[in-house]
Design a protein around this ligand. Structure first.
Ligand code: PMP
Length: 310
């Protein structure tokens, strides 16, 4: 297996990845009752070190997602950080990588009749890591406005990164790709722009950045938060966090997606509408370039977002 994936962490132990399995009676396998994170590690530009991007923010979000599913008795934030770093070291991580912790509801206990509930089920924790470089068409993608509605806060809260919610993302992505698009932008129950299948949405209008607010049924992306901070502090750009109607999305000058996986990905077309996202010196391109410098430790003021592995 790849150098990043030889070992995984499973319920307190380091296990060879091929032997890391969970029973089919695991509640999370049956009902989608798990929460997870996707975290990136980047090789520094100048000094070959490996830095984890915003590790503490990801751990905090994992623990707050876990709270929503009553996943109790998980390791503390400090213990989680230690386990992630020791796993990467054990795997000899030296290149760009992706880290996937999952906290999940364990056994459907005998006598519980396959009960669908959250209390009384023990919590499990796994962490695995993979070598990973850029994985999207970073030059620009085509999106469709999905007919699949984003999960609502009163159905499955999008604020929590719950495995079961990704059925919603997968349905939207499948339909988008079958129709020839790269990704889907989903609307919430109010008809406002929520997010794409695995990323947050930004538009540029009259020199301003606009992104759906945290009340628009979205995951509060850590890349979103980083881009808002970078836009304000580094470029002095006004940023509005507010609801966006589909017509405003379609009439935007630029649009881009943000996420740990997609980083900053320009959206160059939405349904039949072409955007100016990739024009020379667009705000999207400037933010994308700035973000890639920040994750590689090229800006000293944002080194606070990096946890060095070694
Ligand atoms: N929304 C959804 C549905 C996601 O899966 C992700 C990826 N975690 C994001 C937004 C972006 O979040 P982040 O920037 O923290 O990766």
């Amino acid at each position: 297996s790849s150098p990043h994936h030889e070992w995984v962490f499973l319920n307190g132990e380091y296990v060879p990845s091929g032997n890391a399995s969970v029973p089919i009676t695991t509640q999370a396998f049956n009902y989608g009752t798990a929460v997870f994170e996707g975290i990136r590690g980047y090789v520094g530009k100048h000094n070959n070190e490996l830095n984890i991007f915003r590790l503490n923010d990801h751990i905090e979000r994992l623990l707050s997602s876990a709270k929503i599913l009553s996943l109790n008795n998980l390791p503390t934030a400090e213990e989680l950080e230690k386990s992630i770093l020791s796993l990467l070291k054990r795997n000899g991580a030296m290149t760009d990588c992706y880290i996937r912790p999952i906290a999940y509801k364990q056994h459907l206990l005998p006598g519980t009749n396959f009960g669908v509930k959250l209390s009384g089920q023990s919590s499990g924790l796994s962490i695995n890591s993979l070598a990973m470089g850029a994985y999207t068409k970073t030059q620009g993608i085509n999106c469709t406005i999905s007919s699949w509605q984003r999960v609502s806060d009163n159905s499955i809260p999008a604020r929590a990164k719950i495995t079961g919610s990704y059925v919603n993302s997968a349905l939207a992505m499948e339909a988008a790709q079958k129709n020839g698009f790269d990704d889907a932008i989903m609307l919430n129950a109010k008809g406002h722009v929520a997010e794409a299948t695995t990323s947050n949405v930004f538009i540029v209008k009259d020199g301003k950045l606009i992104t759906p607010s945290i009340n628009d049924h979205i995951l509060e992306g850590i890349t979103r938060k980083s881009i808002i901070a970078l836009a304000r502090s580094h470029f002095g750009l006004p940023v509005e966090e507010r609801s966006i109607l589909p017509s405003e999305l379609l009439s935007a000058q630029e649009c881009f997606l943000t996420g740990t996986g997609v980083e900053v990905t320009p959206v160059i077309q939405i349904d039949h509408q072409k955007l100016k996202t990739n024009q020379k010196n667009s705000l999207t391109i400037r933010l994308k370039e700035l973000y890639s410098k920040v994750v590689r430790g090229e800006l000293s003021e944002f080194k606070k977002w990096l946890t060095p592995l070694y």
